[in-house]
Write a protein that binds this ligand. Structure first.
Ligand code: ADP
Length: 231
């Protein structure tokens, strides 16, 4: 096995809406020097750019429903071909159904790769609801501000961004419960799916961002990461 094979990582983050997947995936991707692929972000980008894919995805997302599997799988298959995936990737929000997980296995087999870890961020449903109702997102850069129940300030202020902060339509109370229900019905079965394959690692997601990151680092090991030593 050569060095590049050693470093390659294929990591999945499972967890309900608001469990912290996006935050943790970004931190881990930076630390390991691998791509962060969020299907939710890819759909939102397409919605902003008013592509046909975005127009289709919007109709499902606003109701808290899943975008159909064949559309989502096609988008992920294309994304995994990008050069920034050469050292591997963290998938955030994919797979969300058993059919997507089966399709991912096939895509990875075609790439002659296999998953290295599946992390399940455990957070109780009432904590998810509380977090979603406080979450504000920047319209321009997508930064997430989790800690406020009212719009916190006029502009984003992340790096040099001054984007408008808004509450994602699918974070509103009427949609939240439905998304959690959809998660329980369609995505939670993936926990057993990956546990049966000996891949599932449980992470207690009801800790601080820093603590959850440390639990994840301990679980996956970061000794060969491109950004080793950065904290
Ligand atoms: P969260 O992490 O808060 O659950 P995401 O940003 O991952 O939110 O997803 C937002 C919405 O995008 C989902 O409710 C769904 O409509 C759509 N979506 C994202 N990923 C997928 C997927 N893998 N399959 C189908 N729909 C998806």
């Amino acid at each position: 096995m050569d060095a590049s094979t050693n470093c390659w990582r294929g990591i999945i983050l499972l967890g309900g809406p608001g469990s912290g997947k996006g935050t943790q995936a970004a931190l881990l991707a930076q630390r390991l020097g691998i791509a962060h692929i969020s299907t939710g972000d890819l759909f939102r980008q397409n919605i902003r750019m008013e592509t046909p894919l975005g127009k289709l995805a919007r109709t499902y997302m606003e109701k808290g429903e899943l975008v159909p599997d064949e559309v989502t799988v096609g988008m992920v298959r294309e994304r995994l071909k990008q050069p920034d995936c050469a050292n591997g990737f963290i998938l955030d929000g994919f797979p969300r159904t058993i059919a997507q997980a089966d399709a991912l296995n096939q895509v990875l087999a075609d790439m002659r790769q296999a998953l290295t870890a599946v992390l399940n961020l455990q957070v109780a449903p009432e904590v998810l609801i509380d977090r979603l109702s406080r979450r504000w997102t920047c319209k321009s850069c997508g930064a997430v501000f989790p800690e406020f129940s009212l719009p916190p300030r006029p502009g984003c202020k992340k790096d040099v961004c001054d984007g408008e902060l808004y509450q994602r339509p699918d974070d509103r109370p009427e949609t939240q419960r439905h998304r959690i229900e959809v998660y329980r019905e369609q995505t939670a079965p993936l926990e057993a799916y990956y546990a049966e394959r000996g891949m599932l690692i449980e992470i207690d997601g009801e800790n601080s961002v820093e603590r959850v990151h440390q639990l994840i680092v301990d679980a996956v090991g970061c000794e060969d990461g491109a950004a080793q030593g950065e904290r």
